[in-house]
Write a protein that binds this ligand. Structure first.
Ligand code: 5AD
Ligand code: SF4
Length: 450
């Protein structure tokens, strides 16, 4: 029997981990007859997959839930129904409170529990009561079954290998919302990657909150690090490119650095957040490294792979940050020269140590520092992209572009590249001659198949 056709609307906030979870939610819902819709008002099921990192994250979710409640009422007046679910880190942090404050919510479930969605929906259908599921299922954290059964679409995909964080940076909620570090066993990841290769995936980005702290059991019952995992995955035929994100400077091991020189499938792009260039602030952030340590690390990485594109995260206006501390951040950025970077104004997260500290920086000051830092980073990014002009780059073609005949792919440095080429080349790597630079992408000519 064909499943009844229903619609799901998923709104995703925050990090790539959430984008990945949302994809998987769509996948587990498809066999239940749920097709995706881009309009919440048409949905039988609305899922807000939330992120707790930004300021007033929970309040924003409650305000969005207010809108969804109105849509739900409208649909019920028209004789239809709408289930509202809250997933992700705000769900994890707020738990029961969500149903108390927003009784229209039917389901609340934490990160990495998407594989239980069908079961939660069935339980909810049985008694119509709101359900809150925010326990960390230690053993079943990666929902083995759901992961194994799901087909992947496209050319490039994420694969979660690690979850959680034990670092406790003093500004960050992740260790509280995502729990302790946990790594999937090597064999499970390899099996999934093999399946992905068969399904046409050519590039895999290994995902983890602290991905380079990966420490999963191998077949011999020993712990393997990320370098070992990358080595195993690069043996899979069909998988042409590997990336990983997000890394911590403290876990950047020698063998992983060396892999960037030795393993041609490991792409020359590294997202390695430093947060600040001031040692006093790094200490107050509980980062466990100095600016010098970070700079030396990058020097070393570049001695193995001198073209590596560096990316990072920065926080400005951390409590106690003086003008001099901020200058040190600018100096570090000048020193590294980033291909791209993300920067944020510090926002106090309730329950984290830094939120209670004295010396909170004014909004005006934070905004001014952010603007100055972003101007510097943007200039570096533009220079990095301009440096590609007249060069030939290997581009993995992923999909058709906006204009007829145009395809879009990615360079080894993660830059989107637009070029004209036959659609049959999607999924293959081609040689492209770069002729133009947009705000955040490159354009060029197809030269030849690789
Ligand atoms: N305030 C501002 N930025 C934050 N981040 C994490 N927590 C906070 C916070 N409280 C930033 C960090 C991190 C990125 C994912 O989000 O830079 O690396
Ligand atoms: Fe948060 Fe720090 Fe862990 Fe990154 S390393 S997730 S910033 S606590």
């Amino acid at each position: 029997m064909e499943p009844v056709s229903k619609k799901v609307f998923v709104k995703t906030y925050g990090c790539q981990m959430n984008a990945y979870d949302s994809e998987r939610m769509r996948d587990v819902l498809a066999p239940l007859g749920y097709a995706e819709t881009a309009r919440a008002e048409d949905a039988d099921l609305v899922i807000l997959n939330t992120c707790h990192i930004r300021e007033k994250a929970a309040e924003k979710v409650y305000s969005e839930l207010g809108k969804m409640r109105r849509l739900k009422r409208l649909r019920s007046e028209q004789g239809g129904g709408m289930l509202i679910a809250v997933a992700g880190c705000v769900a994890q942090a707020e738990g029961e409170e969500i149903v108390r404050r927003a009784p229209a919510v039917d389901l609340v479930f934490g990160p990495q529990t998407y594989h239980r969605l069908p079961e939660l929906l069935a339980r909810h259908q049985a008694d119509g009561k709101s359900l809150v599921e925010t326990e960390f299922p230690a053993e079943d954290k990666f929902g083995g079954l759901a992961e194994k059964a799901l087909p992947r679409k496209g050319v490039a995909a994420f694969l979660t290998v690690q979850e959680g964080c034990d670092k406790f940076c003093s500004f960050c909620v992740v260790p509280y919302t995502r729990g302790a570090e946990f790594s999937r066993p090597v064999a499970q990841i390899v099996a999934e990657a093999q399946k992905m290769a068969i399904q046409g995936i050519r590039e895999i980005t290994l995902l983890g909150q602290n991905v380079n702290a990966y420490s999963g059991l191998n077949e011999r019952g020993q712990k393997a690090g990320l370098a070992g995992l990358v080595a195993e995955l690069s043996l899979i035929e069909g998988i042409e490119r590997l990336r990983y994100t997000t890394s911590h400077p403290r876990d950047m091991t020698e063998d992983l650095i060396a892999a960037h020189a030795e393993n041609a499938k490991l792409m020359p792009y590294l997202h390695l957040p430093v947060q600040s260039g001031s040692d006093a602030i790094l200490k107050a952030m509980n980062r466990g490294h100095t600016a010098e340590h970070y700079l030396r690390l990058i020097e070393k990485i570049r001695s193995f792979r001198n073209d590596i594109a560096m990316s990072g995260d920065f926080i400005v206006g951390f409590p106690g940050e003086t003008e001099k501390d901020f200058e040190a951040t600018l100096a570090l950025v000048r020193d590294v020269s980033y291909a791209s970077a993300f920067s944020f104004k510090y926002s106090p997260r309730p329950g984290t140590p830094a939120a209670e500290r004295e010396g909170q920086v004014s909004e005006t000051e934070k905004a001014a520092r952010l603007a100055e830092l972003q101007a510097l980073i943007n200039a570096q990014q533009a220079a990095f992209n301009r440096g590609m002009i007249s060069r030939n780059l290997l581009v993995l073609l992923e999909k058709t572009g906006r204009h007829a005949g145009q395809l879009v792919g990615r360079s080894p440095y993660l830059q989107p590249v637009h070029l004209e080429a036959p659609a049959g080349l999607i999924g293959t790597t081609v040689d492209a001659h770069i002729t133009g630079v947009g705000s955040n992408s490159l354009s060029g000519h197809y030269v030849q198949a690789h």
